[in-house]
Ligand binder design. Structure first.
Ligand SMILES: C[S@@+](CC[C@H](N)C(=O)[O-])C[C@H]1O[C@@H](n2cnc3c(N)ncnc32)[C@H](O)[C@@H]1O
Length: 275
């Protein structure tokens, strides 16, 4: 484990990526995979290799940032958002005479999650003939994933859970790729943001938090409890009162913010800020 710490510290020093709060078992597994790829016999040898091969930093960062995602992942969550949450959100926006909806996808990977939100919102606006302005901010620490996200081109695995009608309406098949409708692409603003960033409570591009809905799914599972706590604090602060926090299937809010959130439904990990 000592060598793993040296490797993590080197990554922090040379590239500014802080993986010190990630679960040790996950870090160990990922370093082992790089050892196999680089033919290093142990972590000490890999540490020296890393010191001498700057390209390897990129591979190591790739190994640590697990980007698995797909459109409409946990489809029940998206159904719930579109059938229950959006009507409620739009109604309260009408009461408040607020024409803006602010959404943050934290740990957005290749963009499947924020784009799924953009699609259900487009469908909702169409159905309700609403003119509300939708602002979707999507952030990640993986710059390569962010660049791909902005590109809007996906393979079959990414779209395999998309209903046929939606696929037909919002994607164009080209070779073995599915190209997302540029109109949907335009509604999502991608930027780099580290959830452990101590300077900014929410992505600087979003100017201020005040989000109506925050998705942070399948990201917290990679962190140690201490760092999860920091992230939960940040997510909670970034939400408006009554705003929604959407977590991944295996994630639950920690003790500290548990009483400041109300579970919205038992069928998915959706919470509402109450205090
Ligand atoms: C498994 S993906 C989840 C993607 C999407 N939210 C979903 O549920 O399908 C996890 C993402 O979290 C990002 N991530 C990991 N550590 C992060 C951090 N400290 N700040 C922001 N994003 C981070 C990774 O780069 C990766 O793209």
């Amino acid at each position: 484990m000592e060598s793993a710490k040296k490797i993590i510290n080197l990554l922090l020093e040379k590239r500014g990526f802080d993986f010190t709060g990630y679960r040790p078992a996950m870090i160990e597994r990922r370093i082992q995979s790089r050892l196999r790829n680089t033919n290093c016999k142990d972590q000490e040898e890999y540490f020296s290799f890393l010191n001498q091969n700057t390209d390897e930093f990129d591979h190591l960062i790739d190994a640590f940032t697990i980007n698995v995602s797909r459109f409409f992942r946990d489809s029940l969550t998206f159904d719930y958002i579109s059938k229950i949450i959006l009507p409620d959100l739009f109604l309260s926006k009408d009461h408040e005479q607020d024409n803006n909806l602010r959404i943050w996808s934290a740990g957005c990977s290749f963009g499947e999650e924020p784009y799924s939100m953009a699609i259900i919102l487009k469908e909702f606006l169409k159905k309700e003939k609403s003119t509300k302005k939708i602002n979707i901010f999507a952030t990640d620490i993986d710059r390569k994933a962010l660049a791909c996200a902005a590109d809007g081109s996906y393979n079959f695995d990414s779209v395999k859970d998309v209903k046929f009608g939606i696929l037909k309406e919002y994607f164009t098949a080209e070779g073995n790729q599915f190209l997302l409708d540029p109109e949907i692409q335009k509604t999502v603003h991608f930027s780099f943001y580290d959830l452990l960033d101590k300077k900014h409570l929410s992505p600087p591009e979003s100017i201020f938090g005040g989000f109506d809905l925050v998705l942070c799914r399948n990201v917290l599972i990679y962190f140690e409890p201490e760092h999860q706590k920091e992230i939960f604090r940040k997510l909670h602060k970034s939400l408006k009162v009554n705003g929604y926090l959407i977590l991944g299937e295996a994630e639950v809010p920690n003790q500290e913010i548990f009483h400041k959130l109300k579970r919205e439904t038992n069928c998915c990990k959706i919470y509402r800020k109450i205090g």
